[in-house]
Design a protein around this ligand. Structure first.
Ligand SMILES: NC(=O)c1ccc[n+]([C@@H]2O[C@H](COP(=O)([O-])OP(=O)(O)OC[C@H]3O[C@@H](n4cnc5c(N)ncnc54)[C@H](O)[C@@H]3O)[C@@H](O)[C@H]2O)c1
Length: 251
């Protein structure tokens, strides 16, 4: 594997499992020093077994809903890594239910992780990206922004907020040479999506996908590595769908 990002430093929130973990591993294999910020201490410990290739993986216990904790962890990581070039604001808390039945404490927690967590992470990372002369912020959108999914109201609202935040931040941070891009994966099998979609649900989604298969977490991570490379240096403010075509297929 070519080390495309030697000497770069990256933070991936929600980096212990699912798409985030694939991002952590892919960035490290590309040569980066990667901070995996997560609340799941057991999964963070398991990252010690991950293939870091030419790079380094630093597991960091951090609740992205806690603004002070995000700033402290970001500053500590930057001290250890020597700077910051890439932020993937990826952490999420999945819960699907009809909107009228969503318990308020779960709604607030989802918003705190999915929206506030992304805002705190960008706030903490931006001065460090600026100090490097530029960098990349990736947020996580979803195909749930482009079509309605039953029981996914709060989740979809959070992902839609990421789209809006991405365009806004791309304009605000562009003059600092910081690019901001949203990734919108189709259904990907992860611990989180598995908690809200059953086998039949994944199969139905696969059948609706023009390519006839669902993307893997590794494929989403590959897009991040490419976005972080110089090849993507003119790309900002967009939402990149990685969905096998599911959002453009007629029912
Ligand atoms: N899996 C999919 O089908 C899919 C599709 C489209 C978009 N996405 C997006 O991709 C991203 C990753 O999704 P996933 O499926 O890998 O999710 P996941 O639930 O499998 O993993 C999320 C990670 O975030 C961590 N996390 C949760 N709360 C946290 C907090 N407060 N602080 C720090 N970390 C926390 C979890 O411990 C976990 O490791 C999300 O933003 C999600 O919305 C996923």
């Amino acid at each position: 594997m070519t080390a495309d990002l030697p000497g770069r430093a990256a933070i991936v929130t929600g980096g212990a499992k699912g798409i985030g973990r694939a991002m952590v591993e892919a960035l490290a294999r590309a040569g980066a020093t990667v901070g995996a910020f997560d609340v799941d201490e057991a999964a963070l410990a398991d990252l010690g077994r991950a293939d870091a290739g030419a790079g380094r993986i630093l597991p960091v216990v951090c609740d992205v809903a806690d603004r002070d904790a995000v700033f402290a962890a970001t500053d500590r990581f930057v001290g250890e890594a020597g700077g910051l070039d890439i932020l993937a604001a990826n952490a999420v808390r999945f819960h699907f239910a009809p909107l009228v039945e969503m318990p308020p404490d779960i709604v607030r927690q989802m918003l705190a992780v999915g929206i506030e967590g992304a805002i705190w992470s960008i706030q903490a990372a931006t001065p460090h990206l600026e100090a490097r002369g530029g960098g990349l912020v990736v947020t996580m959108s979803s195909v749930a922004v482009f079509y309605g999914i039953r029981n996914a109201g709060v989740y979809s609202a959070i992902k839609g907020a990421m789209d809006a935040l991405t365009r806004q931040q791309a304009v605000e941070l562009g003059p600092k040479n910081i690019r901001v891009v949203a990734l919108a994966p189709g259904p990907v099998e992860t611990p989180g999506s598995r908690s809200v979609i059953d086998d039949a649900g994944f199969e139905a989604r696969r059948q609706r996908t023009p390519l006839g298969r669902l993307a893997t977490a590794e494929e989403i991570a590959a897009a991040l590595v490419w976005l972080a490379s110089d090849a993507a240096r003119s790309m900002t403010g967009v939402t990149l769908r990685i969905d096998g075509g599911i959002t453009i297929a007629a029912p």
